[in-house]
Design a protein around this ligand. Structure first.
Ligand code: UDX
Length: 443
């Protein structure tokens, strides 16, 4: 009999995981405590922009024409308990208000509800990013006969479907008497990607939990490293893009995650490194992660540096100046504006008296909710119309494909600042623009 799978929490992680499990052939029941989310998903739609996800839902959500019917959604815990052989917990763990630590209340609530309904012999699998030590604590809250495994998720927004269907590794933490059985069940769940070659790494609870925070800390460190080099290049007249290309040829360093610019944001990297620091403090080893404080501050400094570049470009003061901001999402192919460097820069300039107009291909609705006082345009061309300076802050393909000559004709002053080192500077210069980029010499 094929395993029956439930997915608790249907945000980015859960909705994608549920759809991917259905794609791998399982019967899946997704639960969310928000009835509106369940209704939306049951109609095959998602509350965020994620390439390929709605197509996958259309293929599997029960009741949709031509679907396999393998995927359903509910708000009922009883239904989840009766249905599931394997329960994946995918709820979010945001940063606590006013402190670095991670808010475990959604995870704790999900476990309490599951503990009351899970069948004997079923397996609970934690996917949420949690402070190390959580799995051991949570395992003790489950009834006898219900095992726990920890299976962190590494999906990137914008590539969530691809990363879930074809993960570059599957990490599983198991413990105690049920360890062998838990591993066996998860090998069955992930038989398709493992068959395609995804490595399956088994460890204990703390190691599995730490893999996730260690990976995100490493990625954040790589970005802040290259941004620190950008600061040096700015002072010394070097070119950070060339530098990144050259050091990236060394296989030990690699060329990925070395794009200098306004830095990292989003719902994961910033809060995960802070929660990791907080946890290290609790464990009495805060010194081990003191460097992450510096990683965080290098990252936040880039936003300020972008504001300063823009201020200089408009003659020293934003008062009465029009600033076009291309990008609001924290990265391209996403509508997520959580801790977005682009919106942060737009907001700072606005608060300093600039007239800021923002355009983003997908992030406009979310941006409006966070910063209702900024002006929003329906296209890049409209945002740039009358602008004294243009800031490129999220590297959407649409922005690389813009016609700089067409934009130059409507800008008040053709000055573009590339905060992502992604535009073709030569093309913009040839069309009459003054092009400046972070960490690169002025032409
Ligand atoms: C990240 C991790 O990559 C993923 O494995 C984890 O599961 C969740 O956190 P995500 O938040 O989707 O994923 O974004 P990611 O693609 O990692 O980018 C994070 C931020 O870094 C973005 O703001 C991006 O613009 C920035 N970035 C990335 C850079 O500034 N330079 C780079 O070279 C790469």
């Amino acid at each position: 009999m094929a395993l029956k799978i439930t997915v608790i929490g249907t945000g980015y992680l859960g909705a994608t995981h549920a759809a991917a499990m259905a794609e791998m052939g399982f019967e899946v029941l997704g639960l969310d405590v928000v009835p509106e989310k369940v209704e939306l998903l049951a109609s095959g739609r998602v509350p965020m922009y994620e390439p390929g996800l709605e197509e996958l839902l259309a293929k599997h959500v029960a009741g949709l024409e031509g679907s396999t019917g393998r995927l359903r959604f509910t708000t009922s815990w009883e239904e989840v308990g009766a249905f599931g052989d394997v329960h994946f917990v995918c709820v979010n763990t945001p940063q606590k208000h006013g402190e670095y630590g991670c808010d475990m209340s959604y995870v704790d609530a999900a476990f309490a509800s599951l503990a009351a309904v899970a069948r004997e012999g079923s397996l609970v699998v934690g996917k949420s990013t949690v402070p190390v030590g959580s799995a051991e604590r949570l395992a003790a809250t489950l009834p006898a006969g219900v095992d726990l495994a920890w299976n962190p998720e590494f999906l990137r927004e914008g590539f969530a479907v691809q990363d879930t269907l074809h993960p570059d590794r599957i990490v599983v933490g198991v413990s105690g008497d049920g360890a062998g059985r838990a591993e066996k069940l998860l090998r069955e769940v992930y038989a398709v990607p493992v068959g395609e070659g995804s490595p399956f790494v088994v460890g204990d609870f703390p190691t599995a939990e730490l893999v996730k925070t260690a990976a995100n800390s490493f990625l954040a460190t790589k970005i802040s490293f290259i941004n620190a080099m950008a600061e040096i290049c700015e002072a010394a007249g070097g070119d950070v893009v060339k530098l990144a290309e050259a050091i990236g040829h060394d296989e030990r360093i690699g060329n990925k995650f070395l794009r200098a610019g306004v830095g990292f944001g989003g719902g994961c990297l910033p809060k995960d490194i802070r929660a990791f620091m907080a946890r290290a403090g609790e464990l009495g080893v805060d010194q081990a992660l003191t460097f992450l404080r510096e990683i965080d501050s290098i990252n936040m400094r880039r936003r300020g540096q972008m504001v300063e570049m823009a201020r200089e470009a408009v003659g020293g003061s934003f008062l009465g100046r029009r600033v076009a901001v291309l990008g609001a999402a924290f990265k391209p192919d996403s509508d997520d504006v959580r801790d977005s460097p682009a919106l942060n820069v737009a907001g700072q300039i606005h608060l300093q008296g600039g007239q800021v107009t923002v355009y983003d291909p997908k992030g406009m609705d979310n941006a409006r909710k966070v910063f209702p006082t900024l002006a929003y345009a329906d296209s890049a061309l409209e945002a740039v119309r009358g602008a004294d300076v243009v800031l490129h802050l999220t590297e959407w393909r649409e922005f690389r494909e813009l016609d700089p000559a067409e934009l130059a004709a409507v800008a008040s002053s053709p000055v573009v600042l590339d905060g992502r080192n992604a535009l073709d500077g030569e093309r913009w210069r040839a069309a009459g623009w003054t092009y400046r980029a972070m960490g690169r010499p002025r032409a």
